[in-house]
Write a protein that binds this ligand. Structure first.
Ligand code: SF4
Length: 126
């Protein structure tokens, strides 16, 4: 008998929070149960195949009003690369001032995702 791989995944797209069972068929397609809508099917199948997350972290900044600047990725990146991404970004130090949306790390770890400033950061008053 062929072993069917499966996982239960909570859909977080809307407050309903459907618990969805995703079963991988031998031909690589999926059989999905429990999703309340098509978006949930797409989300949970993506989560099963390759979970992705936004990178939301901080970067050191010299001469700013605060010692660190909140930063984020422009798109989701593979969940399994989040730790590497945080480590890479935490090793960088930039100089104030910085405008919100400024690209601070283009093509992070060659993932096709940029890291941008989540807010303005003025220079610290002397
Ligand atoms: S499957 Fe659809 S209805 Fe259910 S939580 Fe996800 S988005 Fe909401």
């Amino acid at each position: 008998m062929t072993q069917v791989k499966s996982a239960e995944i909570r859909c977080i797209i809307c407050p309903n929070g459907c618990l969805v069972t995703v079963k991988e068929r031998p031909d690589g397609t999926y059989d999905t149960e429990g999703a309340g809508c098509k978006r949930g099917i797409e989300y949970t199948e993506q989560e099963y195949r390759e979970p992705k997350r936004m990178l939301i972290t901080t970067m050191r900044i010299e001469g700013g009003m605060l010692p660190v600047l909140p930063v984020r990725s422009t798109k989701e990146l593979p969940k399994q690369r989040i730790f590497d991404a945080v480590k890479y970004v935490s090793a960088i130090s930039i100089k104030a001032p910085v405008k919100m949306g400024t690209v601070l790390v283009p093509n992070l770890l060659k993932l096709g995702v940029d890291v941008i400033a989540s807010r303005d950061m003025e220079k610290k008053a002397k």
